[in-house]
Every structure is written in structure tokens, then in C-alpha cells.
Design a protein around this ligand. Structure first.
Ligand code: CMP
Length: 140
């Protein structure tokens, strides 16, 4: 089915100047960018986005990292977009990410891991709504 997923290019990858290289991977693999926005998240915004991880030991470091610089946030649309984006990203820990994936090629550590992608249809819907009101999504 055609799906939408939320993608974030994290501060490490924005600082490395590889937004275009990552966008090319999306486009070459049938994922269309239907909304996009560069922003420097506030602590409140980052904590709200990652609220499901609130009790995890890495929560504070994760939020600190996500507000350390600007991020590029996009909605990707395409056949099986959620799983396809996760395949393109590779494992959360770049040391475990398969060769040729975004995290293997651009990420440094489990915190500075270049990209975020929604993990399921339910989380994709919540995450897209968090950053993009429907009127700012330009499908087909
Ligand atoms: P992301 O897909 O953005 O979702 C939560 C983030 O927490 C994850 O990528 C990692 O960057 C970060 N993180 C740090 N430590 C861990 C961990 N042990 N397990 C999962 N995610 C972690």
C-alpha cells in the first residue's frame, strides 16, 4: 500500500552537509518528499516528539543531541514507505547497520545516528501530525 512516514535528518547529518545525498537515496528508491521543513527544535518540542522514550536511560542525551543544531524534517510517501525508509536507514546503532545504508555511511554513534524514521503506521501518523498540519502536505 502507499504509505507516508516521518523522516528526520538529525543535527549530525545536517552539520555534515549531506541533506542532498540522503534525499537522493529517498528519491532513487521510490520515496517522494511530500512535505519538508528545516527547524532548530526546542527542548519542549524534542521531548514531546520522543515522549515514548521518556523513561529510557538515554532520553536526556537523545533530547540534548536533537536540539544541538538544526534538523531537516520530511514526510516521505511511497509503496511500503515505512519499511522502505527503515531499510534505507539501517540499524539504529551504526556499528550494526548494513553496508550501504544511510547510518552505515553517515552516522557516528547510536545517538548521532544521522536519521530518524517512523517504525509503524500508527507512529507514522502521530509523528507526521506532530510536525505537519495536513494543509502543508503536497501529495501527487
Ligand atoms: P531514533 O530512531 O531517532 O529513536 C530514538 C533514538 O534514541 C534512536 O534513534 C537513537 O538515536 C537513540 N538511542 C540512544 N540509545 C539508544 C538505545 N539504547 N536504543 C534505542 N535508541 C537509542
Amino acid at each position: 500500500a502507499v504509505e507516508r512516514t516521518l523522516s528526520i535528518i538529525k543535527p549530525d547529518a545536517v552539520a555534515k552537509n549531506v541533506i542532498g545525498k540522503i534525499y537522493s537515496r529517498f528519491e532513487m528508491n521510490g520515496l517522494k518528499i511530500v512535505a519538508a521543513r528545516m527547524t532548530h527544535l526546542s527542548r519542549i518540542e524534542a521531548e514531546g516528539f520522543y515522549a515514548v522514550h521518556k523513561e529510557r536511560p538515554f532520553f536526556k542525551d537523545l533530547v540534548d543531541f536533537m536540539i544541538s543544531g538544526p534538523v531537516m524534517i520530511q514526510v516521505l510517501e511511497g509503496e511500503g514507505a515505512i519499511a522502505k525508509n527503515r531499510d534505507l536507514m539501517g540499524a539504529t546503532d551504526p556499528k550494526k547497520a548494513a553496508p550501504g545504508t544511510i547510518r552505515a555511511d553517515f552516522a557516528e554513534s547510536i545517538d548521532a545516528n544521522a536519521v530518524h524514521g517512523s517504525d509503524a503506521p500508527e507512529t507514522a501518523a502521530v509523528e507526521i501530525a506532530y510536525y505537519f498540519p495536513a494543509l502543508n502536505i503536497y501529495s501527487r
